[in-house]
Write a protein of this length. Structure first.
Length: 275
């Protein structure tokens, strides 16, 4: 699949000059299967890039702008990033009602292949349903590393909305989004992933149940880096909590993309994490 990237270098997303330390941040439009996806590129040079994939009802900055913070930290290590809004989310084209989990996975896989065709090493970084989507995409595309914050396995039974959609937080999405997510069998797809993975879960997650968390923990390989953080909610982390998670994920990605600063593997029961 061909992905066309339309760049407008006259529009740095935060007003920084294009030669600013850590790399330029540039507003970008991506075209995937005829759909316009709004994005921000963090160009840091080098041959490694991380694709950031937001969660359900999220957008490219991530919860509490954690994606921005992580992308800038990666840029300081010479690793570029692309943060993008999925179709129907954020500033991208389409309506949220039209969102589909399969479209999310397809977009991630297509962008990963495009970057690989350009000769780059690629890592996927997802949060919540974006975390589930990157696990599915990584089963299709052999990437170099995967980070999934609070991914939802969706192994429980889905109850479709009687009107053909589910409403949450003032936004409506078609039943098909969640039905596809359940039909994807995320834990089985996770078992097919060959890339090293860093998974982060919180024991006080109000969206990802213990059943769904355990389904993915059971599928994790001995070499995967897994953090189960006591008392952490789904995404409303404190600043310090987020700093710890960001630092650990960035170190994991830098280690696998550049061969340096690789963190020590924790098992699935681990709850400690260096700050």
């Amino acid at each position: 699949m061909r992905v066309t990237v339309t760049r407008d270098d006259s529009r740095p997303s935060d007003g920084r000059p294009l030669d600013a330390p850590g790399g330029a941040e540039i507003s970008t439009d991506l075209q995937v299967r005829g759909r316009r996806l709004a994005a921000v590129r963090h160009d840091a040079g080098g041959d490694a890039v991380v694709l950031f994939c937001h969660g359900f009802r999220g957008e490219k900055s991530g919860p509490n702008r954690t994606f921005v913070r992580a992308a800038r930290r990666l840029a300081q290590h010479g690793v570029s990033s692309i943060r993008f809004d999925q179709y129907g989310s954020g500033d991208s084209s389409g309506d949220f009602l039209e969102s589909r989990f399969s479209i999310w996975v397809d977009a991630i896989a297509a962008l990963a292949r495009e970057q690989q065709d350009l000769g780059r090493r690629v890592a996927l970084f997802g949060q919540s349903m974006g975390g589930a989507a990157v696990l599915c995409a990584a089963a299709e595309v052999p990437v170099d590393a995967v980070v999934a914050w609070v991914p939802d396995a969706n192994v429980d039974e889905f109850s479709p909305g009687p009107q053909g959609f589910v409403e949450e937080g003032g936004q409506r999405v078609g039943n098909a989004f969640w039905q596809e997510a359940h039909d994807a069998h995320v834990p089985d797809r996770f078992r097919e992933v060959t890339a090293p993975c860093h998974l982060v879960f919180g024991t006080a997650d109000e969206y990802v149940s213990t059943e769904n968390r355990e389904a993915l923990l059971t599928a994790a390989r001995p070499g995967d880096l897994v953090d189960v953080l006591d008392g952490y909610p789904h995404s409303a982390w404190t600043y310090d909590q987020a700093e710890g998670v960001i630092a650990r994920s960035v170190a994991f990605l830098v280690g696998h993309l550049t061969g340096t600063d690789k963190p020590t593997t924790h098992d699935a029961a681990g709850g400690s994490m260096p700050r």
